[in-house]
Design a protein around this ligand. Structure first.
Ligand SMILES: NC(=O)c1ccc[n+]([C@@H]2O[C@H](COP(=O)([O-])OP(=O)(O)OC[C@H]3O[C@@H](n4cnc5c(N)ncnc54)[C@H](OP(=O)(O)O)[C@@H]3O)[C@@H](O)[C@H]2O)c1
Length: 308
C-alpha cells in the first residue's frame, strides 16, 4: 500500500484510510456482527492500511478500539471527531475526547476533527472549541487538529474556504468525486500551497456504487442545467466499456487517488470483498488521460451534488 506524507503533520499515512462512518459504518449500519467488522479492520491493517477514521457520532469507535487492540499503536494513525451538536464548552469537549480515548483504547488521538461544520456556524464553533483543543494538544491527548465539512449540504466547500483563510487546521477532510470535482479549484490548490493534510471522503458514496442513485443524481444535474448533454441512464458506462476500469467504484477511487494534493482516500465498507477490491483499485494506475479529460468535460463545472 502506497504511503503519503500527510502535509505538515509529517505523518506517513497509507493512501487508503479505512472509513468508520458513511452509510456502512464498517458494517454496523448493515447489522454485521462484531467479529465480521473486526475481520474488515484486520484485513485492512494486514494490507498495509495504517489510517483509520471514526467519530463519536458513528458509534464505531469501540469496535475500532477492539480491532486495533493487538496492533502496535505507533504504526497507526487514528482520526476521530467531535460533533459540535454534542456540546462545545470545555467540559463537553474534554468529556468527548476522554470517551474517544477510552473507546479506542489509546492515550492519544493522532487527528481530532471538528465534525461536519456548517459554513454559517464555522466562526462560533471555532471560537468556542479551538482554544480547548489547543490545550488538549498541549496535554498530549491530541496530536493534530482537523476539520471536516458537511459535504452533503456544503457541496461548494464554503466552510473549508473559511478554515483555510484562518489557517488553524493541520488536516482537512473534503468531499471529492468524479461527479463533483470542485475541490480541485477551491480547496486542493490552497492546501498544497499551505501544506495542509488532505483526507478525501465521498469518493464513491451512493451515486457511484448504486446505478439507480446515479440515475437520480444525473436527472438532478440535468434539471439544473449542469450537464445538459448527458444521458440520465448509463452516463458512466464508458468507464468500464472503454477506459479499462473494473467497475465504477474502481474508476472512482482511482480518480481520487490521482488528483493532485490528495493524501488519504477514505473508503467505507461493510463488505470484505469490496475492501479487497478497493485496496486493489487504490493500487492501480491512473485512468487514461482521455478518460480524465472526458470526466472533466462532463462534470468539471458541477458543484451542487455530493454524490450521496
Ligand atoms: N463530514 C464528515 O466528517 C464525513 C462525512 C462522510 C464520511 N466521512 C468519512 O469518510 C469515510 C468515507 O465515506 P463513505 O463511507 O461514504 O465512503 P465511500 O468509500 O465513498 O463509499 C462507501 C459506500 O460505497 C459502497 N462501496 C464501497 N466500496 C464498494 C465497491 N467496491 N463496490 C460497490 N460498492 C462499494 C459501500 O457499501 P458496502 O458497505 O456495500 O461496501 C458504501 O455504501 C466515512 O466512512 C467516514 O469515515 C466523514
Amino acid at each position: 500500500m502506497e504511503q503519503r506524507i500527510l502535509g505538515r503533520t509529517g505523518l506517513n499515512a497509507s493512501l487508503m484510510g479505512l472509513g468508520g462512518g458513511g452509510h456502512s459504518r464498517l458494517g454496523m449500519a448493515k447489522d454485521k456482527s462484531e467479529s465480521e467488522i473486526i475481520r474488515i479492520i484486520h484485513s485492512a491493517l494486514d494490507a498495509g492500511v495504517n489510517f483509520i477514521d471514526t467519530a463519536e457520532a458513528y458509534g464505531t469507535e469501540p469496535v475500532v478500539g477492539k480491532g486495533i487492540a493487538a496492533w502496535p499503536r505507533d504504526q497507526l494513525i487514528l482520526s476521530t471527531k467531535k460533533s459540535p451538536g454534542r456540546g462545545l464548552n470545555e467540559d463537553e469537549i474534554r468529556h468527548s475526547v476522554e470517551r474517544s480515548l477510552g473507546n479506542l483504547g489509546t492515550d492519544y488521538i493522532d487527528i481530532y476533527h471538528l465534525h461536519g461544520v456548517p459554513p454559517k456556524e464555522y466562526s462560533s464553533i471555532v471560537e468556542q472549541a479551538y482554544p480547548v483543543l489547543e490545550v488538549l494538544q498541549q496535554e498530549g491527548k491530541i496530536r493534530f487538529i482537523g476539520i471536516t465539512e458537511r459535504f452533503e449540504r456544503d457541496t461548494g466547500h464554503r466552510m473549508l474556504e473559511q478554515a483555510l483563510d484562518d489557517d488553524l487546521f493541520d488536516v482537512v477532510m473534503v468531499g471529492l468525486n468524479l461527479l463533483n470535482q470542485s475541490a480541485r479549484r477551491s480547496i486542493l490548490k490552497r492546501t498544497q500551497q499551505m501544506n495542509v493534510g488532505v483526507l478525501i471522503m465521498f469518493a464513491v458514496r451512493s451515486a457511484l456504487s448504486d446505478p439507480a442513485r446515479l440515475k437520480e443524481v444525473m436527472a438532478l444535474l440535468k434539471a439544473e442545467n449542469q450537464v445538459a448533454d448527458l444521458p440520465e441512464e448509463g452516463a458512466l458506462d464508458f468507464l468500464v466499456a472503454d477506459a479499462g476500469a473494473d467497475s465504477i467504484p474502481d474508476a472512482a477511487y482511482r480518480f481520487c487517488k490521482h488528483e493532485e494534493g490528495v493524501h488519504v482516500v477514505l473508503s467505507g465498507t461493510s463488505n470484505i470483498d469490496h475492501l479487497a477490491d478497493n485496496i486493489r483499485s487504490l493500487d492501480r494506475e491512473p485512468l487514461p488521460e482521455a478518460t480524465l479529460h472526458r470526466l472533466h468535460e462532463m462534470f468539471g463545472e458541477v458543484d451542487s451534488v455530493s454524490g450521496s
